[in-house]
Every structure is written in C-alpha cells, then in structure tokens.
Design a protein around this ligand. Structure first.
Ligand code: SAH
Ligand code: SF4
Length: 380
C-alpha cells in the first residue's frame, strides 16, 4: 500500500512480495524471507531484517519501503488485566484493539483450557488471551446502542492495518504463537463485512501460513450483512462466525439496528441455517441485553423459538454504558432470568462478562476515548 510516499509491506501477500522482489532485481527466495520477517517474526523495521543483505535493506528504505507496523499511541490498562490500545495511522485516523488475558471473547465453553503449560502461564500471568481488533475507523451501521456508531464511518482499514494491530499487540506481550494460545475476534470498531476484501486478506495473512493464528481460533462478528454471510461460507480460509442478533423479532430489531430494514430477521436466519459448519463448529449469536427493551423472559422464549434447530449458542452481553447513548444496563437478575429461560428452552446460553469497562474497552465502547489516564510506553 502507498501512503505519504511510503510503501507499506505489511498487508502484502506472498504473490505481491514476489512481484516487488522481482522488480528490485532480486532472487525469488528473498520474497519468502521478507514474508517470514513481516508475518512470522513480526519485525517492526526493515533494517532489523537480518536475513536480507544490508544493501538490499538500504535500497528498499531509500525507495520508500517500510514495514508499516502501526504505532501504539496509547495504552489503557484495566484493573481486570484488559489493555485497550489506541493505534494512530499516518493519515491521523485511529482505531482500538483490546487485549484480554483469560478472555472468553465470546468463546465460552470452547475447551481452550486444554494443553496449557501451567508453569509458563503462572510466569506470564495469563493462560490464554483474546485480542479484539477493529476492521474500520468508526462504523456506518448505526446500531442505536453502540458508542462506535457515534463516529459514523470514516474509512476502511487496509489489510495491513488489521494485521498490524494484531502484530503490535502480540509483540507488546512477547507472545510466542508456537507455544501460546491466542484467540482473535473481529469485534472492535467497524462492521467487518462492510470491509470484506481487506478483512479476508488480513485473515489469510494472520492464519497458519502467516502470523500463525489458526482460523479455528478466529471469530468474525457481523451485524447481519446477509449477502456477505453467503460469501463467507464459501471462503477457503474461514474463521468462525458470530451474528449480532440483539432482538427476538423485527419490531425490536429495527428499533435498535437500522440494518434490519435492509436484511430482516427472516433473511438473516435463513443465511444462518444454511451456513456450513465444520466438525464440532458452532454458530454464535450475540445478544446485547438492553434494560427494558429486549430483556424480558417472554422475549427470551420468543428468541428460543427463533433459534430452535440451528444448533447455535447464544452469548448474552449486558449493555455497556456510554455517554450520549440512551439505554440502560439490565439488572444481573434480568440477565440471569433471560439466560435461564433460553436454557430451559434448550438453547445453550452464556453470559459474557464485561472486560475493561473502567477503561472503555468493553463491547460497544470503542470510540477512541482518549480522556482517560494513559500509561504511555509502560511495559506490561
Ligand atoms: N460490527 C460488528 C462487530 C463489532 S461490535 C457487530 O456488530 O457484530 C461487537 C459486539 O458488541 C456486537 O455483538 C454488538 O452488538 C455489541 N455491542 C455494541 N455496543 C454494545 C454495548 N454498548 N454494550 C454491549 N455490547 C455492545
Ligand atoms: Fe457497527 Fe457493530 Fe457498533 Fe453496530 S454494533 S454500530 S455494526 S460496530
């Protein structure tokens, strides 16, 4: 990608790197070395790529090439161990990513506790972690309960900017993906399926061939861009799918998610039912519980009917508050009763505990809030 006369290598796939290497008159194997350095070794700067001859590195830098790992502008550290990162890009736009040690990231009950090295875990203070990343600057979908929606949509992120968030956060925690377990969720700012091509390219670069996060540990969450659910179903390298349902019927869903006017619950559920699942894979629905809006036991029963036969699980997220957003957080009792009503109706339901609410890192709170005390350059 070219930006401000710089050519960023992060985001380029092996084919594009081959073309570049060829244009520099270099032997083909150099592109493999570059790919390894950028994705597997997560190197931040070209002059640290020791597998390449010094002259070549200098030549590339002189031509404006750089790796383009996004700079961590700020870190906000929560008392529950969650870290919210603010990334700033050269055009001045910024997004957030969130590190959640031991985070369930919507993956409750996925058996991730298996095969862990207790000793290493004790030393680091986390056994597994989830990284939540952004796919766009802001979001155009305009869900009424979401703080990100207030930004409107500024722009799509490039594949490199998406991969870069992950690599920077992994580097910040010195994660070795050969031995350590990381889940990745596309649940930060933006609607991933409205930036489909870049998101899918990032997925391929982040997967086993590149950075090294298995697709089986990645989840993409969509607000319900139905045609893209069908495209996604056909992807060769495909993460798991989560759908933000948030309402038991069209009346409530339209009220809280304007996108429902374009793709209603019937079309969304059709796509969900037709979605091909791999062995042991489960579709996830997310449901933001809004006090007094969608949290009654009757609504839970209506929801159970809607989900019957899908084999899906549902994650309940009590609404996280934000300034200027006119909703209320449901009581713990209401969320519990809602969960129990779903379970009694045979639907696997889980309550996702909020992470980093105190630093505005929880679901729907990502809006580049910079006013909190930040710990810049702090080592974690
Ligand atoms: N745009 C995608 C992914 C990012 S939002 C989507 O909407 O699915 C990730 C999740 O956070 C969604 O399920 C969304 O419904 C939920 N969410 C948004 N605002 C929230 C808030 N204030 N409190 C709790 N969850 C929220
Ligand atoms: Fe966008 Fe998701 Fe927020 Fe809706 S909930 S506005 S789709 S980020």
């Amino acid at each position: 990608m070219q930006e401000h006369d710089k050519f960023y290598l992060l985001g380029a796939d092996s084919k594009e790197l081959s073309v570049l290497v060829e244009s520099l008159g270099e032997p083909g194997y150099r592109s493999r070395q570059l790919f390894e350095a950028i994705y597997k070794q997560r190197i931040a700067s070209l002059d640290q790529v020791s597998t390449l001859p010094k002259e070549l590195r200098q030549k590339m830098v002189a031509a404006g090439h750089e790796i383009g790992l996004p700079a961590i502008e700020k870190r906000f550290v929560s008392n529950d161990g969650t870290v919210r990162y603010l990334f700033k890009f050269p055009d001045g736009e910024s997004v957030e990513a969130v590190w959640m040690p031991e985070g369930d990231g919507g993956e409750a009950g996925d058996g991730s506790e298996a095969g862990l090295e207790e000793e290493g875990a004790a030393k680091r203070g986390w056994r597994r972690a989830t990284i939540c990343i952004s796919s766009q600057v802001g979001c155009a979908v305009n869900c009424q309960f979401c703080l990100t929606a207030l930004l409107g949509q500024k722009r799509n992120l490039t594949a490199g900017e998406i991969v870069g968030q992950v690599n920077s956060v992994l580097n910040d925690h010195h994660v070795d993906l050969k031995t350590e377990r990381i889940n990745l969720v596309f649940m930060g700012q933006g609607e991933p399926f409205l930036n489909y091509e870049n998101v899918m390219k990032a997925v391929r670069l982040l997967s086993e061939n590149g950075v090294g996060v298995p697709v089986s540990r990645m989840t993409i969450s969509t607000s319900g861009v139905v045609p893209r659910i069908y495209d996604f179903a056909n992807e060769e390298v495909r993460p798991k799918l989560a759908i933000s349902l948030n309402a038991p019927n069209d009346v409530v869903r339209e009220q809280v998610m304007p996108i429902n006017r374009k793709w209603n619950i019937e079309s969304l559920m059709k796509a969900a039912r037709e979605f091909p699942l791999r062995n042991r894979e489960k579709l996830t629905f997310e449901y933001v519980v809004l006090g007094g809006v969608n949290d009654s036991v009757d609504q839970a029963r209506e929801l159970a009917e809607l989900l019957r036969g899908t084999g899906a699980k549902i994650n309940l997220i009590a609404w996280n508050p934000g300034p200027e957003v006119p909703y209320s957080t449901p009581t713990d009792e209401a969320v519990d009763a809602f969960k129990m009503a779903l379970r009694e109706a045979g639907i696997p339901a889980f309550i996702r505990r909020p992470r980093g609410r105190d630093i505005f890192a929880a679901c729907g709170q990502l809006k580049r809030t910079e006013t909190l005390t930040s710990i810049e350059g702090a080592s974690l």
